[in-house]
Design a protein around this ligand. Structure first.
Ligand SMILES: Cc1cc2nc3c(=O)[nH]c(=O)nc-3n(C[C@H](O)[C@H](O)[C@H](O)COP(=O)(O)OP(=O)(O)OC[C@H]3O[C@@H](n4cnc5c(N)ncnc54)[C@H](O)[C@@H]3O)c2cc1C
Ligand code: FES
Length: 274
């Protein structure tokens, strides 16, 4: 049983949850995730560890409300308990002194890019963070992100804050005078990651994405998370979740992501009817 210390909605449809998990807090590294079960008979869902506090023994996860489990999770409050939180899982993001790095986050990726940017900044990189959202009211953690970057660029689709447009604006940012970045790292929905990869590909900029495939066990046994990278099969849970974006088979990934769409919708409908 894992105790919840805080669970709240920070912007519409996105919540942050902090739980007491000292062993995970002590060993987790930027880019790793946990798999949690809200209740004993519930499904297992992977969520990235977006922040942690070793002294307090806490980890913080930021989650988008998409289906049955995330909706159920949002109903829990401080002092409630989660059935299990297993982790840290997956590989840490490669952190080195690359030079100039652009970190991009959209949706829950606005949070999961934070520890990555922080680790890169601590390593001495020049870090630019780009956050993308439909509108300014969907942005969060801007103060935190500013504290771990040299520059924070905001893109909103309705132009309510920062540059108007979507991730296609990356082209304009990359074309600005000055040396191009040595590396781009993208967290968020598959579409955002794929589009960012399309922008960096012509300039041959190394681009790393953190794939959010379907997952069950998270330990390389079930095969649900398989993806094709550089024409070979990889398991996102143990070989990833971070891969070279220019080597990912995005069409296959998009298809596999939709494999249980009707079951997920049905589960959602029946849980709402209860
Ligand atoms: C390594 C890893 C790290 C992740 N980190 C986070 C995180 O930090 N925060 C977070 O919010 N999510 C994260 N995810 C995605 C998260 O696991 C799913 O959103 C979650 O399992 C959905 O569970 P559900 O039962 O609520 O929805 P489901 O019933 O599984 O899905 C409901 C609907 O949402 C769609 N959907 C589900 N997941 C996604 C997705 N990832 N992208 C787009 N559409 C989706 C489904 O196609 C379906 O239509 C991560 C996934 C992986 C593999
Ligand atoms: S989630 Fe089962 S092999 Fe990756």
């Amino acid at each position: 049983m894992v105790k919840i210390l805080e669970n709240k909605m920070i912007v519409p449809n996105i919540c942050t949850i902090t739980v007491f998990a000292p062993e995970i807090a002590q060993s987790v590294k930027a880019g790793q995730f946990v798999i949690l079960r809200v209740e004993e008979d519930g499904e297992r869902i992977p969520l990235t560890v977006s922040d942690w506090d070793v002294e307090q023994g806490t980890i913080t996860l930021v989650y988008l409300l998409v289906g049955k489990t995330t909706q159920r999770l949002a109903t829990f409050t401080a002092n409630d308990t989660l059935a299990t939180v297993v982790g840290p899982l997956g590989n840490a993001m490669e952190i080195d002194r690359f030079g100039k790095v652009i970190c991009i986050g959209g949706c829950y990726g606005i949070a999961s890019i934070y520890p990555i940017a922080k680790a890169l900044k601590e390593k001495g990189n020049q870090v630019t963070i780009i956050v993308e959202a439909r509108s300014s009211y969907l942005l969060f953690w801007q103060k935190k992100l500013k504290s771990v970057s040299d520059q924070l660029i905001v893109i909103t689709r309705d132009g309510s804050q920062g540059m108007p447009g979507h991730i296609g604006k990356l082209q304009t940012i990359l074309a600005a005078p000055g040396t191009p970045p040595d590396r781009v790292i993208v967290n968020g929905c598959n579409y955002l990651m794929m589009r960012a990869a399309q922008e960096t590909s012509p300039m041959n900029i190394k681009t790393i994405v953190s794939l959010n495939t379907l997952m069950i066990d998270g330990t390389g046994m079930c095969g649900v998370c398989r993806v094709t990278v550089n024409s070979s099969t990889k398991f996102a849970c143990v070989d990833g979740p971070h891969f070279d974006a220019h080597e990912v088979d995005w069409d296959e990934l998009t298809q596999r992501r939709k494999a249980y769409l009707s079951e997920e919708s049905q589960t959602m409908r029946s849980s709402q009817a209860q």
